[in-house]
Each structure stands twice: as structure tokens, then as C-alpha cells.
Design a protein around this ligand. Structure first.
Ligand code: HEM
Length: 381
């Protein structure tokens, strides 16, 4: 049974947009115009005031982008730096168990061409190991081309299914109200969120625990890390799942003693080198929610694998290739990955996912318009 959210994101963001410049307001307006609010599924409970908070975050995100990119080429609102964007094949396993055959996984043996973009989460271009020499969250975004079924956003073009994954099973912020607080601090404190982290509320303790894990999880090569959706999704009409990806090889390249600015791109290039490298293979897994106690509305909460085991459902193969080719790099910079590019059978659910729909649209719209330069770019800032 689906319910409609009462308050509209559009109205809330419109109220906020009055404090922004005409261009910011136009971008926020375009983002909201994309589609009406998605229906709430029977698995979700949106707290009162959430729609207004989402409207505020859209307006603040646009202001953040304006602050970071007053001119020249704008980048993604988060994950602006990629290590490589590669062509891949995504094949549904021929032995996928019958109860996992739903959405893009409905047909055993089905093959999809896919783009995969590996990235750093830090919202600005920076060395792979930051100023303090600590790692940041790493991303893997997968776009399947030519999927079949009803899609969530009525966009022109091929039907696609995107899966956006990070290298830990928990997201750093539990819900929309916490995300609003951190976004306000980013804006007022030039992207430094330390004041947010130092507050001792129960929600901040959850964030601190995830951030501590991020800082300890160093990756030597993006092709050798596991990745997780962290947030939940529909799986067919009446089930819920989280997704993850595990590299089949156990190889672990150590982080170099003196890592270069782009050591993760360099490691990927070496691995996939057409002459001397080898293909990278990953298992794509589904963790079905089999117990009502597994949280939907808290994206910092991991689901126990003892309660809800992971099941291999598909295989990702990335052949050796020269992905650092100028055409491929540009192609990918212009692409937009969002968990809302996909089938209704995999509708993103939970507060953090409800928030993501219009924020990703706002970010990709903002960066699609070049801004006239007054000088050379200011990177890194
Ligand atoms: C479970 C939670 C989340 C995960 C796993 C996740 C993962 C990712 C990944 C992997 C990317 C890079 C996509 C690419 O390569 O193009 C990305 C981009 C982005 N994320 Fe998230 N994210 C999460 C939550 C959020 C939230 C709560 C927000 C803010 C509301 C957000 C805002 C963005 C934006 C603005 C982009 C760039 C969109 C564009 O310009 O195309 N993300 N995310």
C-alpha cells in the first residue's frame, strides 16, 4: 500500500530559495520541477517536517556548489573526483535462486553493458589521502544500460539502473534532519564539519562511529575493495534489500609509503593496463530484509549478516582497457548517477534515500551549465 507525502518539497524549497541568487533559485526550481514526490512505500515512516527539510537541503546544496564553483566548470556536489570510469559487463548469474529473480535480476544469464565510476566522496578535488594523511570514503557507481520495466524518473533516453555504493556498509548520517544540520555547517564553515562532529548527541555519536571507520579503512586500489549501498531499496513489489559488491580476487595492493595525489587512479591504470594488466571481477550481492527489526529509517545502521545473509546474484567483469582516454573521461564527467535512475522494482527507500532524489538532480543540473571564467581555476582550494 502506497501513501502520498502531505507536505510538498516544492513549496518548502521555494520558500528557501528567496535567500539565494536568481541562478541558484533557478537551479533549485529546475530540480523540484523534475517529478512529483515519490509515493511512500509501506516500509517507510517519514517524520513530520521532513519534506520541508529536504527543500532546505536542496537550496543549501545549490549555495554550496555556488561557493565551490563561482565560475568555470562545476563538479559533482559530492564524489567530484574520479579514479576512473570504466566500461563493464554486468551478468545476472545463471544459477540465481528463484526467490531473487526480481527487477533487473529477473532473468538468469541476462547481460547488461555498464559504466562504472570509482570516486572519492570528499566534496572538492583533493589528494587521495587528505591533509591529515587519512582516507576518505570511496565510491563505486554502476550504471546498467537497457534495463526493462517501469522506471522511477520519466527521463528520455535508454532505461538505466544505477547502483551507488560506498566502501563501508553504513552511511555517516542517519536521517534527513541530521543531514540538514551538517549541510548548514558545511556552508557556514567552508566545508569543515568538525563543529558538527564534536556535539555529543546520540545521533552524532552514530556519525562519529562511522567516520572513525572511514578514517581506518584505507584502500590501495579501488578495484580491490568491497562496496555497499548502505541504504535500503525495494526488491520487487513487496520486499526490501541492500546491495553490495565484493572483488573476487583477494589481492590487496598496499597504500604506497609516499602516496601521490592520484595514487588510486594510478593503481587502477596499472591493474587494467591493456598490455600487462588483467580483468577485474566482482560478485554483486543482495541482502534481503527478512526481519522487521532491520532498520529502514537509519542509514548508519548495518544489517546483521547473520540475520540477513548476502546472496550472490550477478557478476561484474571489467576488462583491461585504457580508461584514461580523454573521450572516456569527458563522457563520464557529463554522466549523472543517482539511485533514482532505475526501476520502480528497486525504488530507493528510507529518509536518506528520499532526500537523495531531488538533491542529485539539483547537483547534476548545476554542473551542466558552464560558468564564464574570470581567470584560471583555483584548484585545489
Ligand atoms: C547511503 C547513502 C549514500 C551513498 C551510498 C552515496 C553514494 C554516492 C556515490 C557513489 C556518488 C558518486 C556518483 C558518481 O560517481 O557520479 C554520489 C554522488 C552524489 N551524492 Fe551520494 N550517497 C549517499 C547519500 C547521499 C546524500 C544523503 C546526499 C545529499 C543529500 C548525497 C549527495 C550526492 C550528490 C549531490 C552527488 C553528486 C550528484 C551529481 O552531481 O551527479 N548522497 N553519492
Amino acid at each position: 500500500m502506497m501513501r502520498r507525502r502531505s507536505a510538498s518539497v516544492a513549496t518548502a524549497a521555494l520558500l528557501l530559495a528567496v535567500s539565494t541568487s536568481p541562478r541558484q533559485a533557478a537551479h533549485a526550481e529546475e530540480a523540484r520541477a523534475a517529478a512529483p514526490a515519490a509515493p511512500l512505500t509501506k516500509f517507510e515512516k517519514a517524520p513530520q517536517g521532513e519534506a520541508e527539510q529536504i527543500g532546505q537541503i536542496i537550496a543549501l546544496t545549490t549555495q554550496l556548489l555556488q561557493m565551490r564553483y563561482p565560475e568555470g566548470m562545476a563538479r559533482r556536489g559530492v564524489h567530484p573526483k574520479d579514479h576512473g570510469c570504466v566500461k563493464a559487463t554486468f551478468t545476472v548469474n545463471s544459477d540465481i535462486p528463484p526467490n531473487y529473480r526480481a527487477g533487473v535480476f529477473a532473468t538468469p544469464g541476462k547481460k547488461y553493458p555498464a559504466w562504472i565510476r570509482f570516486s572519492n566522496a570528499t566534496p572538492f578535488l583533493a589528494p587521495d589521502l587528505g591533509k591529515n594523511g587519512k582516507p576518505d570514503s570511496r565510491g563505486m557507481a554502476i550504471k546498467l544500460i537497457g534495463v526493462e520495466g517501469d522506471t522511477l524518473l520519466n527521463e528520455p533516453g535508454a532505461k538505466t539502473q544505477d547502483f551507488l555504493l560506498i566502501n563501508l556498509p553504513a552511511f555517516a548520517f542517519p536521517n534527513v534532519s541530521e543531514y540538514l544540520e551538517v549541510t548548514k555547517i558545511q556552508l557556514s564553515n567552508h566545508d569543515d564539519i568538525l563543529p558538527f562532529l564534536t556535539q555529543n548527541t546520540p545521533e552524532r555519536l552514530k556519525t562519529r562511529a562511522v567516520v572513525a571507520k572511514i578514517l581506518q579503512t584505507n584502500v590501495g586500489n579501488p578495484l580491490e575493495s568491497p562496496y555497499f549501498s548502505a541504504a535500503p531499496f525495494l526488491y520487487g513489489s513487496d520486499r526490501v534489500a541492500k546491495f553490495s559488491v565484493t572483488p573476487r580476487s583477494a589481492e590487496k595492493t598496499p597504500v604506497p609509503a609516499n602516496p601521490t595525489t592520484n595514487y588510486l587512479r594510478e593503481a587502477m591504470k596499472k591493474s587494467l593496463d591493456p598490455a600487462n594488466g588483467k580483468p577485474a571481477v566482482f560478485d554483486f550481492k543482495v541482502q534481503l530484509r527478512n526481519d522487521d527489526s532491520l532498520p529502514i529509517e537509519d542509514a548508519t545502521a548495518e544489517w546483521s549478516e547473520t540475520t540477513a545473509p548476502q546472496q550472490n546474484v550477478a557478476t561484474i567483469e571489467i576488462d583491461q582497457q585504457d580508461f584514461d582516454d580523454a573521450y572516456q573521461v569527458t563522457e563520464c564527467e557529463h554522466m549523472a548517477f543517482t539511485p533514482w535512475h532505475g526501476l520502480t522494482a528497486h525504488q530507493p527507500i528510507g529518509g536518506i534515500n528520499r532526500l537523495r532524489r531531488d538533491v542529485y538532480i539539483a547537483s547534476s543540473k548545476f554542473r551542466s551549465q558552464p560558468k564564464e571564467p574570470t581567470g584560471f581555476p583555483k584548484w585545489p582550494w
